[in-house]
Design a protein around this ligand. Structure first.
Ligand code: GLC
Length: 462
């Protein structure tokens, strides 16, 4: 579900809840909203997540210092890989096509990838300019891509034809490239009828929860240092939001356990706990001002799905670059997904996009990575800015006039250059800053201009 819809939904529920509670609040000593009697579990969860968004298990949030590497990194590569690569209809195939669990499970007999070379994936990610990777350890279909004693029915890649712990290979390869290691995990599992009726089939749902806690424990304790834990699907019966399902999953307990094993792991918000950063899913354009909480845009390079689909095509590099620039100038990161085929090979058109992205990043990456949002609020479709010490980087996406006219800066500009050192014409007055790059020298995606300042410039999101 889109984050905006999710938020709107939660906001609406919370307002209803506040109205319902108005009488009690006056009559009784203040209590947290979720502790009030007579509420449904969903109401409690919604209230919990919103009312306490800054206070629910605040001790689990990482410090600004521990989040710094993630905020510096800006670009990560996602990998969706599992049994669903075989039918090639996307990772939702089992649910969308109503494949019975026993039928779907037969795929495990045919899944023995001939080219599982995670070193190649990691090298590709690194060449693309990424600093971290995130791989699906288990998606909603329930098949674990690792050695998982907690898996219900030994449904894992060690006990199937592959006889391989893919997560072990992946984590080693990413680390060997100097990339931070992220693990995607879906607590929900379509094999459990209890997922669809958690109250009516409470015992079955409890088994699913037990499996979830067990597998998260395995992932957090068997693969060395894990840098990112990327949950997906903390919701129930595909209804409501992740936060609505917090009554069931108890994400504050789950993540407390996680912190016990991996004190510094960066956790996303999709377990129903607020998380260390926000997520925004899909390749819709990014607009609006700089966002206060660090966030991550995630999209698939394939047009059809996150998992492999033959002939799925690939996003043009220009579009991927634009999403990265628009995210970073607004305090965000990008996690771009690639989809290995059943043998473990990355589709060639995805490779081509990542290589082109890498070429662009090697020229311009310094204007994005290790920066913070600059002094200027972005203007949608026109420009944005980043800052690193005394360097302000202007990212000019379009030139409405020959010169780009910007609001004033308190600090003096010493020089204006392109990333390759070419000089850029500029003018600074009390009324504003103007820059100009001749039309034939502009970059059609993003003309980056480095303003060297006489003094450090504060970020809009330090
Ligand atoms: C959605 C989809 C899932 C995908 C994820 C990536 O939540 O359910 O298939 O893994 O997005 O963000």
């Amino acid at each position: 579900m889109s984050l905006i819809l999710e938020r709107e939904n939660m906001k609406r529920k919370y307002l209803q809840l506040l109205a319902a509670l108005a009488c009690c609040v006056a009559a009784h000593p203040p209590q947290p909203a979720y502790a009030q009697a007579g509420l449904t579990d969903e109401q409690r969860s919604a209230a919990k997540s919103l009312a306490d968004s800054g206070t629910l298990a605040p001790e689990l949030r990482l410090s600004a210092q521990d989040m710094a590497w993630w905020r510096d990194a800006k670009l990560g590569i996602f990998i969706h890989w599992g049994l669903y690569a075989l039918p090639g209809k996307g990772e939702w195939h089992m649910y969308n096509d109503k494949v019975p669990a026993a039928e779907y499970a037969k795929l495990a007999k045919d899944f023995h990838p001939a080219h599982f070379r995670p070193e190649g994936w990691a090298a590709l990610a690194k060449d693309a300019g990424a600093r971290y990777m995130v791989m699906t350890a288990r998606h909603h279909d329930g098949f674990a891509m690792f050695d998982s004693p907690s898996s219900y029915g030994n449904y894992d890649s060690m006990h199937a034809a592959a006889h391989t712990d893919f997560i072990a290979g992946y984590t080693r390869a990413a680390r060997a490239q100097g990339l931070k290691v992220g693990i995607y995990y879906s607590p929900m599992d379509w094999r459990f009828p209890g997922y669809f009726a958690p109250r009516e089939l409470a015992d079955n749902a409890a088994l699913m929860k037990q499996q979830g806690y067990g597998q998260v424990r395995e992932l957090m304790s068997n693969y060395g240092q894990v840098d990112i834990l990327w949950y997906d699907g903390g919701w129930l019966a595909h209804q409501g939001s992740d936060a609505d399902a917090a009554w069931f999953w108890q994400p504050e307990l789950l993540n407390k356990m996680v912190r016990g094993y991996q004190p510094k792991v960066v956790i996303n918000p999709r377990s129903g706990w607020q998380g260390d950063f926000d997520t925004e899913e899909g390749d819709a354009p990014i607009t609006g001002p700089v966002r206060a909480k660090p966030w991550e845009k995630t999209f698939s390079l394939s047009f059809r799905a996150w998992g492999y689909t033959p002939g799925g095509g690939a996003m043009a590099p220009e579009r991927a670059i634009r999403l990265i620039v628009d995210a970073v100038t607004r305090n965000g990161n990008v996690l771009a997904n690639m989809s290995p085929d059943p043998d473990g090979d990355i589709p060639v058109d995805q490779v081509a996009t990542l290589r082109a992205l890498g070429a662009w990043m090697s020229r311009n990456g310094a204007s994005l990575q290790d920066t913070r949002p600059g002094p200027y609020q972005p203007v949608d479709g026109v420009y944005g800015s980043t800052v690193k010490g005394r360097d302000v980087y202007l990212h000019v996406l379009a030139w409405p006039q020959q010169r780009l006219n910007l609001p004033p800066l308190a600090q003096r500009i010493v020089a204006a250059t392109r990333m390759d050192g070419r000089k850029v014409w500029f003018e600074q007055t009390a009324g504003g800053v103007s820059v100009e790059v001749p039309a034939d020298q502009r970059d059609p995606v993003d003309t980056v201009i480095r303003l060297e300042m006489a003094a450090a410039v504060p970020s809009l999101a330090p």
